[in-house]
Write a protein that binds this ligand. Structure first.
Ligand code: FAD
Length: 443
């Protein structure tokens, strides 16, 4: 694989970047990229020249997706050198280069008294890569991270530079969760809010019966709530409650939460893993970016040796969905590390998994049992199909294209936008042909 334009100083702190072999794989190591070269342009004009000169090309983020969404048979473009962060105080926005990761943006914003509304479970991912797949955190009032985007700048398939903002209406809403299919994003403008503090406390062992009885209250027990279960014992093993402190030095935490006990020690969601990898718990107040993600920027998130899958269902039918998955616990358990259940508020972005639907996200962190997981996915999908489950674009799923077209009311409009932005199919890859265009690349 050829590489050019690398900035070693910047590359050195990216996960796996010191190991060229690792760069040919995704983060989980379950996929080897087909790309024949990686280019690291340093300016928009260089991105334009690359797009114009290549038949197939694809932007690559931090490689945290679990399948071939970021792959290409041609050239990978890393935006690692696009690192600028510029505030526009009058508009309440920050513009970030496509190589910026949430972890570094968050520290920089906090130092200036600012924040983002929400974050995913890990801070290691690029803003551009996360927004391209509709990445989300949790909270009944929190939409996916892509909704914080106020403007997107990208190089389209003709090599033209394009800037669309909220004022551009529908096509902007089509472009934000772009699945890497519309172009190479070089910069995003995000809404910011005043910085805030958060404290998180974990509660252990919440019976499913109590969850069902107090459904809305449990999910809204904090600004952001995550439930972890292994689908055994008819219970949630851990309830992670993240609350805004509203200026109070301490929050009062109940000893029990609908039967779940307040933690005595710091916990990792995965049994047997060191809690040192996790952000502070036990009600200890801290800045938003050191509490909203579960995992610390300087440690490997989750387990590292894993696969992931996630489905979003309508929130009001969430308990039905959990019980449907629980019925498969015998099949699931041998391959599961842990499941996480979160909420995502509805939005208007065409390809967002929470498009016009307040959602419950049911996530599976699998052991790296690739074949067994692939065999299990159709079973899980069949049990969730009656609920209109939308698979996470960046995680493993098996749903065929025709089921996806039904799940996304703007699917056809998105395809039209893809063709408009990429008439020659430069950003096409096997994933786009399989799930968006149909196997033959038509529609
Ligand atoms: C440990 C772990 C925890 C995770 N936790 C969460 C979570 O809490 N919530 C959640 O929703 N998801 C989560 N994910 C999934 C993850 O957020 C998504 O897969 C996300 O897209 C990864 O971003 P990335 O920068 O690694 O992008 P990549 O995986 O490198 O790329 C993903 C897509 O974005 C496109 N892309 C990247 N950069 C650009 C660009 N500059 N221009 C145009 N397109 C671009 C790629 O072409 C590709 O289509 C997790 C993944 C892991 C490994």
């Amino acid at each position: 694989m050829k590489r050019s334009g690398t900035n070693p100083q910047e590359a050195s702190h990216r996960e796996g970047a010191s190991d060229p072999a690792a760069e040919r794989q995704n983060w989980a190591g379950n996929l080897s990229f087909r790309a024949v070269e990686i280019q690291e342009p340093g300016a928009v004009e260089e991105v334009q020249a690359l797009v114009k000169s290549r038949a197939r090309i694809k932007a690559l983020g931090t490689r945290h997706s679990f399948h071939d969404i970021a792959d290409t048979p041609g050239t990978h473009v890393s935006l690692a050198r696009f690192r600028e962060m510029t505030l526009d105080a009058s508009r309440g926005t920050v513009s970030v280069g496509a190589g910026v990761r949430y972890g570094e943006l968050a520290v920089w914003l906090h130092a200036q008294g600012l924040a983002l509304k929400n974050l995913a479970s890990l801070p290691h991912i690029t803003v551009a890569g996360a927004c391209a797949t509709g990445t989300h955190g949790s909270g009944v009032g929190n939409q996916c991270l892509s909704t914080e985007v106020a403007a997107v700048e990208f190089v389209d398939g003709r090599g033209e530079w394009v800037r669309w903002s909220r004022e551009d209406g529908e096509r902007f809403r089509g472009a934000v969760v772009g699945l890497g299919a519309l172009g190479v994003v070089t910069r995003l403008t995000l809404e910011v809010v005043p910085t805030f503090e958060v404290a998180q406390t974990v509660y252990e062992s919440l019976p499913f019966a109590e969850l069902e009885r107090h459904w809305d209250d449990v999910l809204a027990a904090g600004y952001s709530v995550s439930l972890f279960t292994d689908w055994r014992h008819h219970q949630v093993g851990q309830v992670w409650v993240k609350r805004k402190t509203s200026g109070q030095a301490e929050l009062e935490w109940m000893e029990t939460l609908w039967g779940a006990r307040r933690q005595q020690v710091k916990l990792h969601p995965l049994p047997g893993h060191s809690a040192e990898h996790c952000t502070e718990q036990m009600g200890c107040v801290g800045p938003w970016h050191e509490r909203l993600p579960h995992f610390r920027m300087d440690f490997v998130p989750s387990s590292g040796a894993e696969l992931q899958t996630e489905y979003l269902v309508p929130r009001e039918r969430g308990m039905e969905a959990l019980l449907a998955v629980e019925r498969l616990s015998e099949e699931i358990s041998p391959h599961l590390r842990i499941s996480e259940i979160r909420t995502v508020a509805a939005d208007e972005l065409w390809m967002s998994m929470a498009y016009r639907q307040d959602s419950l996200a049911i996530h599976f962190t699998w052991q790296p049992h690739g074949e067994a997981v692939q065999r299990l996915l159709p079973q899980i999908e069949a049990s969730l199909a009656p609920l209109g489950a939308r698979p996470h674009w960046g995680k493993l799923f098996s749903a065929p294209r025709n089921s996806l077209t039904e799940l996304y009311p703007r699917f056809k409009d998105f395809l039209a936008l893809v063709r408009e932005c990429d008439p020659e199919g430069k950003f096409r890859n096997a994933y786009i042909e399989r799930y968006l265009l149909g196997e033959d690349g038509s529609s």
